[in-house]
Design a protein around this ligand. Structure first.
Ligand code: HEC
Ligand code: HEC
Ligand code: HEC
Ligand code: HEC
Ligand code: HEC
Length: 472
């Protein structure tokens, strides 16, 4: 009995210990689960303490920063200047003058490559064109660029300042009306209404903190583009997915544009599509020119920063990878997962920008990017040489007093080739955003240059047979 009793006692002791262990383990598991759920909820909601009230008129990022100190700190770091092989920017000291009080500027691209000056001769870009740098500088760099030597207008502010509140004030609450009023103002007059570079209120709804589009030209441009694809009345603020918004907020500014008519309306030329050829066809059809080339009198076009357009032709867009995935990757701060508001070259942050998806070493990923960039740069280099040769040859024929419609044809080739080369030159990833498409665009530019040379040969033949057939 005693033995049996003892045995029972032993069993119940072991059972008790097991039960205790099970309960402890279960408690631990539940606690861990709860902590995990809590963290996930934190991440999902990113709860914040409304230290201060912000509303749809709060422009100053410092005030938003009281509620979102981490994002604000990261945002302020866009003052950093670090060079990569083809991107980033180098800090060059500048002696402040009354006209240009900046202490630090970035590298001049037209000094690095004088062919660019030739390409743009007669246009403001041949005066001053620099490597772009962080968002913190956008308003100063625009205010003090050498391009201000030519008359500039309020429309420039659309992509270089926080214009949401100024547009609202100018348009009595209507941002489109405000936009229309600011566009044709002399730049200096509009500048008085601007306080900050792009800031929180330009990308976020102050109540929900959700992303939103505030730029009239993008709202109109994307609507026109979607219409060309058979989608009516597109409005990104109500119809775009969250992942699309993570690209669209950037596409408010990182796009090709032109100013239309005396009202200087800012237009994103996506009426026929987003590809370089579609945009060129639109400009040809509307007879738009940005300037006349100083040496050849060709009707010229300037392409500018078509990051959104080129990205849209690449493998990452095709795979649903947004601008923010690479340029504002998540970064962990304590229990919080926040978006890195230090917008910059992803090559300075490969770990977060790329390795979340690609399991190769940082060196390997950097090498892959630079391989694409080296090859793109080599192709661009050859195209630039051929372009300069065409300009030389048109000029030579004009200097010889030859004048006929074949020269006009060569001028059109100069216009088209310049635009296509510039589409890759002005795009700031040096081919990475869409490598094969960049190569195709440069190849097409070479084709226009070849046709231009053929036209000049014909011009000489025509002249020898009939003399001048047009007046210059
Ligand atoms: C898959 C990752 C990825 C995506 C998506 C992406 N980019 Fe990039 N971007 C890069 C890389 C890599 C570079 C090259 C950086 C360098 O050369 O230092 C770059 C360069 C740039 C640059 C020039 C940066 C510099 O420092 O000179 C800008 C501006 C830019 N991208 C904007 C955009 C915009 C706008 C979008 C969305 C329409 C976008 N990018 C989508 C990876 C990406
Ligand atoms: C559609 C948006 C948009 C408009 C409109 C716009 N910019 Fe920009 N600007 C950008 C973007 C994006 C960059 C950075 C990428 C780059 O430099 O290629 C930039 C860069 C610059 C820079 C720095 C690099 C350089 O070119 O030296 C200057 C200066 C500048 N812009 C001046 C102007 C002026 C002057 C106007 C009006 C004629 C203007 N911008 C209109 C979007 C715009
Ligand atoms: C309001 C217009 C505007 C918006 C919105 C905008 N950018 Fe920019 N971005 C600019 C301008 C202008 C510059 C050049 C500033 C200068 O050179 O002074 C620039 C510069 C950059 C650079 C170069 C930074 C460096 O250190 O060289 C990158 C990268 C970039 N932007 C990416 C983005 C991404 C990604 C988004 C969206 C999350 C975005 N931008 C949204 C106007 C804008
Ligand atoms: C050029 C556009 C842009 C600007 C300017 C900007 N943000 Fe963001 N912000 C984003 C993007 C993109 C996300 C990611 C949103 C998403 O994935 O839905 C984001 C996310 C956030 C979030 C959600 C949590 C997180 O980090 O993902 C907060 C909070 C936030 N931003 C605060 C700010 C504050 C404060 C400022 C001004 C100091 C600011 N943002 C300026 C584009 C911007
Ligand atoms: C959100 C995920 C994601 C991020 C972030 C991302 N990529 Fe990718 N990347 C992809 C996908 C998906 C593909 C398509 C190929 C595939 O399916 O594996 C791809 C393709 C590529 C390719 C092949 C390009 C080609 O033309 O075939 C390169 C190179 C590359 N990525 C580099 C990078 C670099 C560098 C970064 C960081 C700046 C980066 N990626 C960030 C998802 C990502």
């Amino acid at each position: 009995m005693a033995k049996k009793f003892k045995g029972n006692e032993g069993i119940s002791l072991i059972a008790g210990i097991i039960l205790m262990l099970v309960v402890a383990a279960a408690t631990f598991a539940v606690t861990a689960l709860l902590i995990n759920i809590f963290e996930k909820q934190q991440e999902a909601k990113n709860p914040f303490f409304r230290v201060v009230e912000i509303n749809d008129d709060t422009e100053d990022p410092e005030i938003w920063g009281k509620n979102f100190p981490i994002q604000y700190d990261l945002y302020k770091r866009t003052v950093d200047m670090v060079r990569t092989k083809y991107g980033g920017s180098e800090a060059l000291p500048h002696t402040p003058t009354e006209k240009d009080p900046r202490f630090v500027v970035s590298q001049s691209k037209i000094e690095l490559d004088p062919r660019l000056k030739r390409m743009w001769l007669g246009y403001a870009f041949a005066i001053d064109f620099r490597e772009e740098r962080g968002h913190a500088y956008m308003l100063d760099d625009q205010t003090f660029t050498g391009r201000q030597q030519k008359p500039q207008f309020g429309v420039c502010a659309h992509c270089h300042a926080s214009v949401y509140v100024p547009y609202k004030k100018l348009g009595d609450g209507d941002i489109i009306k405000g936009f229309e009023k600011m566009n044709p103002m002399p730049y200096a007059e509009a500048r008085k209404l601007l306080q900050h570079p792009v800031t929180c209120i330009d990308c976020h709804d102050p109540n929900t903190m959700q992303l939103r589009i505030t730029r009239p030209a993008f709202l109109e441009g994307i609507k026109t583009y979607k219409e060309s694809q058979g989608i009516k009345d597109y409005n990104p603020n109500t119809m775009a997915t969250r992942q699309e918004m993570r690209t669209y907020v950037c596409a408010q500014c990182h796009v090709e544009y032109y100013f239309k008519g005396d009202e200087k309306r800012l237009i994103y030329p996506w009426h026929k599509g987003l590809e370089a050829d579609n945009i060129l066809a639109y400009y040809d059809e509307t007879n738009h020119k940005d300037w006349a080339h100083a040496e050849t009198n060709a009707p010229m076009l300037k392409a500018q920063h078509p990051e959104f357009e080129l990205w849209s032709q690449g493998i990452h867009a095709r795979s649903g990878v947004a601008c923010a995935d690479c340029h504002m990757p998540y970064t962990r701060v304590g229990a919080l997962k926040v978006s890195d508001h230090h917008v910059r070259s992803p090559l300075l942050n490969i770990n977060r920008a790329c390795q979340t998806c690609h399991h190769f070493s940082e060196e390997e990923l950097k090498a892959r990017v630079e391989r694409i960039q080296d090859k793109t740069a080599e192709m661009k280099d050859m195209a630039m040489d051929s372009l300069v040769a065409l300009i030389d040859d048109i000029k030579r024929i004009m200097d010889a007093g030859i004048s006929n419609e074949k020269i006009e044809e060569a001028r059109l080739c100069q216009r088209r080739a310049t635009f296509l080369i510039d589409f890759v030159e002005a795009e700031n990833s040096t081919g990475f955003h869409a490598d094969q498409e960049s190569a195709r665009i440069l190849f097409k530019a070479m084709d226009h240059l070849r046709k231009g040379q053929v036209a000049l040969k014909d011009a000489i033949t025509l002249h020898q047979a009939y003399g001048n057939t047009t007046t210059n």
